[in-house]
Design a protein. Sequence first.
Length: 321
Amino acid sequence: MEQQRDYPGATGDFTGLLTQIALAAKVIAREVNKAGLVNILGFTGEKNVQGEQVTKLDVFAHQTLVEALEASGHVCAMASEEAAEPILPASGYPRGPYVVLFDPLDGSSNIDINITIGTIFSIHRKVRSGLDSTVEDLLQPGAQQVAAGYVVYGSSTMFIYTTGHGVHGYTLDPSLGEFLLSHENIHMPKRGSTYSANEGNYHTWSPGVRRYVDSLKDPQHKPYKGRYVGTLVADFHRTLLTGGIFLYPADITDPKSSGKLRLLYEAAPLAFVAEQAGGRASTGTEDILHVQPTQLHQRVPLIIGSAEDVTTVEDYIRRED
Ligand code: FBP
């Protein structure tokens, strides 16, 4: 609300939209926190468009976000990791100028073992006037985002977002049921001392990426610490607050592979947050925010974190040739 006053032309649509995403996050947090007590762990038996087994919490989080967003009356289209096609607000709901793309529950492999999971969202304004949306509204480069952020369901539940004016973090006070400002204007250290990657994939990495990760373990220089939760949101959140680098490179042994993580609702929103906090996000050869999307669920190699660390990886990849 406060920031809205900086925009004389503001209609309140955006504030209303973000408030609905925060409400959905509270509902999901409550279910995650008691997951072991209610029959919501495990799989539904279905597979999603990624070919992954769908968990019951994935479905719960997906439905909660869709209902909250369509009820806001501020969106004309949505896209979710759990839906093959774009989602339009059900008839009877007013439509608005925004499109929202989201990963309802990030870190599915960690749900049943009570390790930190998250939700990631990306908000764009629709491209053309009028209320009917086209896939063009969803396939916009990350640099066009009007806002992006994520929720971490960890020891505490945090809501982190940017609207292009810095990155701010809020912690959920369960007794109030309110997200309270706990981390204003987050800045990522220029260089870190932690690296995060699934080294089980080492043999699938390009020579430049291998040489870079090897260099981090060189006893001649102060070696970096290895940290890997296996939930993108958790590994990114640590990197945002303490610096360092997260890498999920492409698998060079599979010509069809362009990485595991999805551009529109994983890489691009976190790239916006990273850049707004003074960090960087790259495919290894191109800024994530400049990648032009062509498909809703396309994947990209992701190298994200402290600006100097990301630039160093790019140098190693450039020297590959
Ligand atoms: P989803 O759980 O939303 O499908 O996200 C993919 C993810 O779980 C990321 O959170 C994480 O960074 C990565 O996959 C872990 O992959 P891997 O198990 O191959 O290391």
